[in-house]
Design a protein around this ligand. Sequence first.
Ligand code: DP6
Length: 325
Amino acid sequence: MPSVIASAPSNIALIKYMGKTEAAGNTPTNVSLSYTLDHLRTTVRITPQSSFRGTVGGKDIWAPLEKSDQVSFSLSEQGQQRFLRHFEMLKQKWGVTQGFLIESANNFPSDCGLASSASSFAALTLAAAQAFQKINPQPWGENLRTLSSLSRQGSGSSCRSLYSPWALWQNEFAEPLVFPYEKLLHQAIIVESSKKEVSSSEAHKLVSQSSLFPGRVARAEKRFEQLKHSLQSQDWRQSFEIVWAEFWDMHALFATSRPPFMYMTAGSVKVLEETLRFWAKNGDGPLITMDAGANVHLLWRPDQKEMAAAQEKYWQDQFRVFSSL
Ligand code: DP6
């Protein structure tokens, strides 16, 4: 069998997955809703060992994918182990036993603080499914819900990366959702690019210790219903207010956990504060959100392109900006 190659995008949650009822399979405590970031992608290539070693069998090995459009890429020992464990789980599911070379890379730098687990695990799941369907085809092997559920077990947020532009995730797998906003413009303002002290997997465990955690599920569910309605009725301001409150809710969980921890930095607060002032001055602006990190994500409607470009220029003088504009 020759190599197979697959790629998957990252996504940004507007209603956040934070907290798990079961750590093992990444079962979320609450519903989440994301917008897919088609411009931020991971590519994975899978090659059977026999094709590059002349033997059948052997261990799975990870290596960075060298491709002209990819940024140089490295994965910590721990990151590699997690990736290979997910691949092993997929092999067992398909009843595949031979060894593979797994190469992966992002089209964005791995040192910029943008999450890559969503795009990485989704791309790995898609590449594995493509390869294993050739070796030992399964009736469910191309079913998107099944693939989303499998991807979830590698990293929760990756199950939403199988759909574009909107994905809803409640339990086992994510599903596509349709809103009148099909193409949004995305900017990530990189205020901090060093490695996080608390990983998002760790954050999922810690938030259960927050005194604000009771009630979190109800708050997320309520905001999801409200956001669904405001996006459907194209009430942008209302959508902004819900998305704003939602990421603060998650960051309040971090700050009130035991022990408390924080991702926000002075740079994040600067971007938040000024973007809020932008809204007040113009009566319009972007949706603003943050993940388990210091960087700030902005989403603009296509008709706001000029405004977004001007703001981008402004932020570029101070921070790195990754943009789909
Ligand atoms: C803050 O999917 O990275 O980005 O399931 O442990 O791999 P694991 O966690 P992960 O959590 C992402 C959390 C978040 C919010 C979100 O994407 O919904």
